[in-house]
Design a protein around this ligand. Structure first.
Ligand SMILES: [Zn+2]
Ligand SMILES: [Zn+2]
Length: 250
């Protein structure tokens, strides 16, 4: 084959590969390992095996994983140790560790949205097992401060809430809550500091529309419950009848 044609073939092959990489990202979303082309999943086999999915034994109140023999709120360590929660119930899809933690970080800090649909489906699966899910009228994501929303260009909680809204047919209303001040990331703080960090950081926008409504609050991660607690408190103070919570990781 003449040199010119070999070179053209090489350039074409490289261009095709670059285009394929754009369409199908090649790395595992959690560990960065190479994936087969086209990838069957956004996770490599190893990370899929290590996914810390929460099974059927979950505290109905806070969504934390409990043992198979736990019954009642006192059996949940988180609920026994913490003040009462202003929300009625919660579900979580994964423990916040291993590939689940990496997936959340890739979504939040790199804008890698490949896993959003799957994350929302895992949340929806757990919602379908919760007796209260049918009561939910509106879905409200935990808001970012406008300046953080502007720099990140999206709110990861809203992406999850939108997907849950689409699959359930319930309206997602991201503007009912707003974050009134920019707060340091909760991950850097201990329990008491997290509570202080979010105290008074949220406000309800349309209290008239919240009256007597049952709200599903959606966030990507809930660890100490400080953010969800404060959002639920504000929603209840504005007149919401009940607040429930769905998060991807706990
Ligand atoms: Zn992996
Ligand atoms: Zn609990």
């Amino acid at each position: 084959m003449p040199w010119g044609r070999t070179r053209t073939a090489l350039v074409l092959r490289r261009t095709a590969r670059a285009l394929l990489d754009l369409v199908y990202p090649q790395e595992c979303i959690a560990c960065g390992a190479g994936l087969p082309r086209p990838p069957a999943s956004f996770l490599c086999d190893d990370c899929r095996d290590r996914l810390p999915l929460i099974g059927p034994w979950q505290c109905a109140r806070c969504g934390d994983e409990t043992g198979p023999f736990a019954e009642g709120a006192s059996a949940c360590r988180s609920c026994a140790e913490r003040p009462a929660l202003p929300f009625r119930g919660a579900v979580a899809a994964c423990r916040f560790e291993g590939p689940a933690r990496e997936m959340v970080h890739r979504l939040k800090y790199s804008g890698d949205t490949r896993a959003v649909g799957w994350m929302a489906r895992e949340m929806a699966l757990r919602l379908s097992r919760a007796a209260w899910a049918a009561e939910v009228e509106w879905i409200v994501p935990v808001p970012l401060h406008w300046s953080r929303h502007l720099s990140r260009r999206f709110n990861q909680s809203q992406l999850l809430a939108d997907a849950l809204g689409e699959s359930s047919g319930k309206p997602c209303l991201p503007r009912l809550l707003r974050r009134t001040r920019r707060t340091p990331a909760q991950v850097t703080l201990d329990f008491a500091a997290r509570e202080r960090n979010v105290a008074g950081a949220f406000a309800a926008r349309h209290p008239d529309r919240l009256k007597e409504k049952t709200i599903l609050l959606v966030d990507d991660v809930m660890t100490t419950c400080a953010t969800a607690r404060e959002c639920a408190r504000v929603l209840r103070a504005a007149g919401a009848k009940r607040v429930y919570v769905a998060v991807f990781a706990r």
